[in-house]
Design a protein around this ligand. Structure first.
Ligand SMILES: Cc1ncc(COP(=O)(O)O)c(C=O)c1O
Length: 330
C-alpha cells in the first residue's frame, strides 16, 4: 500500500469507525458520502453524531459524482468518503483538490478496491486514511475482517491505541514500554491470529487471484458486448487512467422490469444473479436525515436496474460459458 501503515481490523465497518474516531467527528459535523454504497460508509460517522450529506453517483462508474461536491460542502463538512465502486477508482484528483481547498479530510472506503489503482497509485493511498474489507464476499477474505490504512503518519500512534481497547499494548508488544495501560478511547478492533493467518495465505496468492478475476471480468465484457449493445444494457467501464481491482461484474438493464426478468430468467437456468445497494438517502435512517425521493436520481435509477453476475476467482471456464449463454438467450 505504498508504504502506508496498515492495521488489520475485525471488519471494514470497524476500520471506518476508527477513522471517525481519529478525525474527532462529533455532533454538529457533516460528512459527504455517495448514496449508492453499503450502509457502513455512512453509519460509521453517523454513530459519532454527525449528519450524512448524500451525493449522487456518476452514471458511468457509479462512483461519487465529483462535480456535485461543491454544492454538498458546507462550513460543517469534516470529511468526504468516496467509495471505489466495484474496485474502479473515483476521480481522486478532483475530490482531493476540492477537499484540500476547503480543509476537509478524505477517507477512502476501499472495501472493493484492494489492488486497483488510479493514475498509477494504489487505491487506498489517496486519502489521509482508507479502509479495506476482507468479508467473505471480497477478493481476499477471512470471513469477517478488514484493515485501516494510515497514509498520514501522525495518525498511527492514536490508531494503535484505539484498536487495542484504548491501551498502548502495541507498544508493549514491541518492547517500547514495560507495561500497558489505559491511554485513550478505544475498542476491540484486532482480529484473531487464526483469521490473519487465513488471510495471509490468500494475500501471498494475490497475483493469481487477481489474474483469475481479471480474466473472468474481461471475458464477460467481451462476450456480452454485442448482446448488451442490442439490448441497451450498460456494462462496467474503467477509464484508461484507472486499473480496476476486479471486485464485481455488474450490468445496468434499461428498466426495473427487465432487471427483474433477467434475474428470474437466470434463476430458471440455476444461475444466481443478485443486485444491491438500496439508495441510502431513501432508507429509513436516510430519510430521518432528510433524504427524499429525487435527491439522487442516478443512484435511484441504478439501484432499480443493476444486476451482478456470478464472479469469483475459481469460476470455471465451462460455468462462465453457461452463464454467458444464458444471459445472451434473454
Ligand atoms: C463499500 C463498502 N463499505 C464497507 C463495507 C463493510 O465491510 P465489512 O463487511 O468488512 O464491515 C462493505 C461491505 O460489503 C462495502 O461494500
Amino acid at each position: 500500500m505504498g508504504g502506508a501503515r496498515v492495521l488489520l481490523t475485525t471488519s471494514c465497518t470497524h476500520a471506518l469507525e476508527m477513522t471517525a474516531l481519529l478525525l474527532g467527528i462529533g455532533p454538529g459535523d457533516e460528512f459527504i458520502v455517495p448514496s449508492f454504497t453499503f450502509v457502513s460508509t455512512a453509519n460509521a460517522f453517523a454513530l459519532r453524531g454527525a449528519r450524512p450529506v448524500f451525493v449522487d453517483v456518476r452514471p458511468d462508474t457509479l462512483n461519487m459524482d465529483e462535480s456535485r461536491l461543491a454544492d454538498a460542502l458546507t462550513s460543517r463538512t469534516r470529511v468526504i468518503v468516496p467509495v471505489h465502486y466495484g474496485g474502479v477508482a473515483c476521480e481522486m484528483d478532483e475530490i482531493g483538490e476540492i477537499a484540500q481547498s476547503r480543509g476537509v479530510s478524505v477517507v477512502e472506503d476501499n472495501a472493493h478496491g484492494l489492488f486497483g489503482s488510479y493514475r498509477g497509485r494504489p487505491l487506498g493511498t489517496l486519502g489521509s486514511m482508507s479502509t479495506l474489507s476482507f468479508h467473505e464476499t471480497k477478493n481476499v477474505s477471512c470471513g469477517e475482517g478488514g484493515a485501516l490504512v494510515l497514509n498520514d503518519p501522525a495518525l498511527i500512534s492514536r490508531a494503535e491505541v484505539f484498536r487495542e481497547k484504548g491501551t498502548d499494548r502495541s507498544r508493549f508488544f514491541r518492547g517500547e514500554v514495560d507495561k500497558y495501560t489505559w491511554r485513550d478511547l478505544g475498542s476491540s478492533y484486532v482480529p484473531s491470529d487464526m483469521l490473519a493467518a487465513f488471510l495471509l495465505g490468500q494475500l501471498e496468492k494475490r497475483a493469481s487471484i487477481q489474474d483469475a478475476r481479471r480474466a473472468v471480468w474481461n471475458r464477460y465484457r467481451t462476450e456480452l458486448a454485442d448482446w448488451a449493445g442490442k439490448r441497451g444494457v450498460q456494462l462496467p467501464v474503467a477509464a484508461p487512467h484507472v486499473n480496476p481491482a476486479y471486485h464485481l461484474f455488474h450490468m445496468l438493464l434499461p428498466s426495473f422490469g427487465e432487471r427483474q426478468a433477467l434475474i428470474a430468467h437466470l434463476k430458471r437456468h440455476d444461475i444466481q444473479a443478485i443486485f444491491h445497494y438500496l439508495p441510502l438517502h431513501l432508507s429509513e435512517m436516510g430519510q430521518r436525515f432528510g433524504g427524499r425521493p429525487g435527491d439522487c436520481p442516478v443512484a435511484e435509477s441504478v439501484s432499480d436496474r443493476i444486476v451482478r453476475l456470478p464472479f469469483f476467482a475459481s469460476l470455471e471456464v465451462s460455468d462462465q460459458t453457461r452463464i454467458v449463454e444464458a444471459v445472451r438467450s434473454f
